[in-house]
Design a protein around this ligand. Structure first.
Ligand SMILES: [Zn+2]
Length: 229
């Protein structure tokens, strides 16, 4: 029993942290968001909703400046005020914003947003448990190995999630008749934006894999779907 106590404690800690993170995220989003009411974007989300057989898709504006889209653990979709502003200024098209919404819907549909919350809080617990176990066999460097392993695992998980959400979005945008061109052009625009202001990369790009590779992955899907006709 004693041997397993550290692991049990780590699991318990992870659970409590998870509940706390979900609660804190919801409170933050509730306090700083409103429903998006834009007729041009509503036309887009209505097309996505029709493709999914849903009455409507609700999108919220999260009142922060960084260009970002996010899916909350409770399944709500958010576009930041900064991203919406780019649309209002004509820098981003309605189709491009629809591609972000489709990508975030993918995270929700595939259960990523809930899991990601576990990632944040669970990572610490996993790190602690691994460090405890490894330190018994490898005193001194056990903690270092635990850190490296946990970070590697987290990076792999989130990269995989991004490609899956892109794939979901590509399929949904195709079915809705919006197409994947907007998805790809947005990647290019955001990358140009990153280079124009180095050091101020949009948050949405930073947490995602390389632009070239994401575009290539979508093009691979396109050719596969074209073959199947
Ligand atoms: Zn994503």
């Amino acid at each position: 029993m004693i041997r397993f106590t550290p692991i049990l404690l780590a699991v318990l800690y992870a659970f409590v942290m998870y509940r706390f993170s979900v609660w804190r995220t919801r409170r933050e989003l509730d306090a700083h968001s409103t429903e998006l009411a834009d007729p041009r974007l509503k036309a887009m989300t209505d097309r996505l909703a029709a493709a999914l057989d849903l009455p409507r898709i609700r999108v919220n504006i999260y009142e922060i400046d960084p260009v970002n889209g996010l899916a909350a653990p409770d399944g709500r979709i958010f576009i930041t005020r900064g991203f919406y502003r780019k649309f209002q200024q004509g820098e981003v098209t309605d189709g491009e914003l629809a591609s972000v919404i489709a990508h975030e819907l993918g995270h929700v549909a595939l259960g990523h947003s809930r899991r990601r919350m576990i990632d944040f809080s669970g990572q610490n617990a996993l790190r602690t448990a691994l460090a405890m176990i490894l330190s018994r066999f490898l005193p001194g460097i056990g903690i270092w190995i635990a850190n490296a392993l946990t970070s590697l695992l987290a990076a792999r998980l989130s990269r995989g999630d991004e490609y899956e959400a892109d794939e979901y979005a590509a399929a949904l945008l195709t079915k809705a008749g919006i197409g994947t061109e907007a998805q790809k052009s947005l990647f290019r625009k955001l990358e140009a934006l990153t280079q124009a202001r180095s050091g101020a990369a949009p948050a949405w790009l930073m947490s995602h894999p390389k632009t070239d590779e994401r575009i290539a992955a979508i093009e691979k899907l396109e050719s596969r779907w074209a073959l199947k006709g």
